[in-house]
Design a protein around this ligand. Structure first.
Ligand SMILES: NC(=O)c1ccc[n+]([C@@H]2O[C@H](COP(=O)([O-])OP(=O)(O)OC[C@H]3O[C@@H](n4cnc5c(N)ncnc54)[C@H](O)[C@@H]3O)[C@@H](O)[C@H]2O)c1
Length: 258
């Protein structure tokens, strides 16, 4: 029988792409901090990451570090996790949120732009996860959650197009296959597939008109909030989620019924 390590009270979560003040990652970092987690924010915008971490320490009184790193750059990822491991308590949770959108129509797509989307959305998730897993495997405990998208299931339809949908579908296969390898180490691997949420990745703040148009087919009659998604991510990184792995959670107000 696999023995999972004890869930420690001194624990950290690494969140990539959590620097944007209006983003899902920032909301998740705050919710974790309010539950006593130390948090590490890795983002390509290093200044915003450090500012977010300082604000979180001020508000919640937990340890927090912000590190500038491009998740698609292996050296930057290694250096960032080295820094986190030497500063914070053991990393128990990892949320892969760093991502970019891509509203380009397929026939206008270029190889360079296509590869950039995959490098950040998928390869970045691979690099950070592999680096963080070293310590998790040693400790026999870890909770990994990556953010896919309803775009993977419906083929876009809200903002982004083919490259984004394909990269987010890759996250689902990544999650399932990795979960098979990690179960024996006491590590769970899951992903979430959110419907539309009003963040900067949607090409700027959603106008009331755009929100209303998007809400038309959503059963609960509204777009998602960052808090809606953060709550699920925090649950999946928490102690009580140890029997959930290889899952993809629909969180879309009923826009997609799987
Ligand atoms: N907002 C939505 O409707 C929605 C729906 C489904 C899935 N998602 C996914 O949720 C995740 C979070 O997005 P969000 O909506 O909070 O948008 P966001 O734009 O606020 O957050 C994305 C973050 O990723 C960072 N980032 C971009 N490239 C990076 C790189 N190379 N290395 C490190 N960091 C990088 C950005 O600086 C930003 O802070 C993304 O993966 C996105 O695809 C969003």
């Amino acid at each position: 029988m696999t023995q999972q390590g004890a869930f420690p009270s001194g624990r950290s979560a690494v969140l990539t792409g959590a620097a944007s003040p209006r983003g899902i990652g920032r909301a998740t970092a705050e919710l974790l901090a309010s539950g006593g987690w130390a948090v590490a924010i890795l983002d390509i915008d290093g200044d915003a990451a450090r500012k977010a971490a300082a604000e979180i320490t001020d508000i919640y009184g937990v340890q927090a570090v912000g590190v500038g790193a491009d998740v698609s750059d292996p050296a930057a990822v290694n250096a960032a996790i080295d820094e986190v491991e030497s500063t914070l308590p053991p990393i128990i949770g990892l949320a892969n949120l760093a991502g970019i959108s891509s509203p380009t129509e397929f026939m206008d797509e270029t190889l360079e732009a296509w590869e950039r989307v995959f490098r950040i959305n998928m390869t970045g998730t691979f690099l950070v996860t592999q680096r963080v897993l070293r310590g998790m495997i040693e400790r026999k405990l870890g909770r990994i959650v990556s953010v896919s998208s309803i775009s993977a299931q419906r083929g876009g339809g809200t903002y982004s197009k083919v490259a984004y949908s394909a990269s987010k579908a890759a996250i689902i296969g990544f999650t399932r296959a990795l979960a098979r390898e990690m179960g024996q180490h006491g590590i769970t691997v899951n992903c979430v597939a959110p419907g539309p949420v009003d963040t900067d990745i949607m090409g700027g703040t959603l106008t009331e008109e755009r929100k209303a148009a998007m809400s038309a087919d959503i059963l609960v009659g509204r777009v998602g909030t960052v808090r809606d998604i953060a709550a699920l991510l925090v649950f999946l990184m928490g102690e009580d989620a140890g029997f959930i792995t290889a899952a993809t959670y629909d969180i879309n107000g009923g826009l997609q019924i799987s």
